[in-house]
Design a protein around this ligand. Structure first.
Ligand code: B12
Length: 352
């Protein structure tokens, strides 16, 4: 992690609402069109939204990685693009936030924040496309993924589950169903939510169906004999996404590992207790969003204090998007999916 960035991040955390409100006032005093857009958005909503930008900026600064902040701005710009909405208010927000921080932060803390906001504004000079469909490709599981998605959107849990059973009965492998159906459908539900084509209830329902499907698939998995090794998996504190690491856990189990899957939002200290309790050969941590990066770094530091040589693998969207980010938070390696995670585990035990 970056020392100066961590310090600035702490300053941003402690005064976030005030900076966000100051930014809102500046935006409302800028051009009449932008002020109109803010009023349309609603002052309080705008302040909350700007706080999210500040949280992402803080994570980026703490990691010493502007790309972390750019990822958030890009996500927002692509959301706007999907609704054919202008980025004028977003640009004004970043520009006013930059002024606000340049007027308020201690002198030596200003350049880093200024640079990151400048890079984001520069990025917005080129058009950012709307997110593309996650199951548009023509692959062997494309039809199944689409049918599963439709069943979920129609609220037909049994039909969705039957599609998976039928595929298993026809010889589809658990790993293909994980990667080509479950993951794609979840990504697509996320994209639909992002672009305003589905709502939270549909995503929640889809996630519950997918959780049941994972249990079914696990019961159908032909596992290798126990190899005597344990992997402990969890989503770091603040990360409520736990379907990804659960799927990874199931695949370790298929290779004969004992898997201790602790689920979402796992506090660092309790994770340390888990390691004391279960003596894993390795720990695998899920980091759902950039907002979880400092939490992940803290968790890894706590684990290192207990057991410096314990291998720690991380996974999740921020590491797939930003090369080498896993090193900045102190992990030993990163895996983009279940197969590469299990390959890392296997390499550990075969190298012993
Ligand atoms: C379901 C879901 C939720 C559920 C989670 C339920 C659950 N029990 O997990 C709930 C409702 C809680 C949720 C909340 C939020 N979510 Co959400 N969510 C999703 C969604 C639709 C699916 C996630 C999922 O299950 N994917 C399926 C699994 C199998 O895939 P995966 O997680 O990517 O995991 C794979 C790899 O990443 C990797 N992996 C993951 N973890 C690990 C760990 C290790 C060790 C390894 C090796 C590999 C690995 O391997 C997996 C298999 O290949 C995604 C969409 C998406 N594109 O991811 C959005 C998404 C992640 N969520 C998003 C957002 C914005 C949020 C919220 C902020 C929404 C809000 N305003 O409240 C909150 C944040 C909550 C928090 N504090 O964490 C955004 C994030 C955008 C961004 N800028 O990063 C996404 C991308 C949606 C979108 N398209 O905008 N969400």
């Amino acid at each position: 992690m970056n020392d100066q960035g961590t310090f600035i991040a702490a300053l941003l955390d402690s005064t976030r609402k005030a900076y966000a409100a100051g930014t809102a006032l500046r935006v409302s005093e800028s051009s009449p069109q932008v002020a109109d857009a803010l009023n349309h958005f609603g002052f309080n909503e705008f302040v909350s939204d700007t706080e999210v930008r500040l949280r992402n900026l803080a994570e980026a600064l703490a990691c010493g990685r502007p790309e972390v902040f750019l990822l958030d701005v890009e996500w927002l710009a692509s959301t706007l693009a999907s609704r054919q909405a202008s980025t004028d208010l977003l640009r004004a927000t970043l520009s006013c936030l930059r002024d606000e921080l340049n007027d308020s932060l201690p002198t030596d803390a200003r350049p880093m924040a200024d640079e990151y906001l400048g890079l984001a504004l520069e990025m917005l000079e080129s058009p950012i496309p709307a997110p593309e469909s996650c199951i548009a490709h023509v692959g062997p599981f494309d039809r199944l993924a689409k049918a599963f998605l439709v069943a979920v959107l129609e609220g037909k849990r049994s039909s969705a589950e039957k599609l998976i059973w039928d595929a298993v009965d026809s010889g589809a492998s658990v790993s293909d169903l994980h990667s080509q159906v479950v993951t794609q459908v979840q990504n697509e539900l996320g994209r639909m939510w992002q672009i305003g084509e589905s709502h939270v209830a549909e995503e929640h329902f889809g996630s519950r169906v997918v959780e049941d499907v994972l249990v079914m698939l696990r019961s159908r998995m032909v596992s290798e004999p126990e190899n005597g090794h344990t992997v402990l998996l969890a989503s770091v504190s603040g990360n409520l996404h736990d379907i990804g690491p659960r799927l990874v856990a199931d695949r370790f189990e298929g290779k004969g590992w004992r898997t201790i899957f602790l689920g979402a939002n796992m506090p660092a200290n309790d994770l340390v207790m888990g390691v004391k309790e279960f003596s894993p050969r390795m720990v695998a941590l899920s980091v759902g969003q950039a907002l979880n990066l400092r939490s992940a770094a803290e968790t890894i530091a706590a684990l290192r204090t207990l057991q410096p040589d314990l291998p720690i693998l991380v996974g999740g969207a921020p590491f797939t998007a930003i090369e080498g980010l896993w090193k900045d938070i102190g992990a030993d390696t990163f895996a983009s999916d279940a197969d590469s995670a299990v390959a890392f585990g296997q390499s550990l035990i075969s190298a012993k």
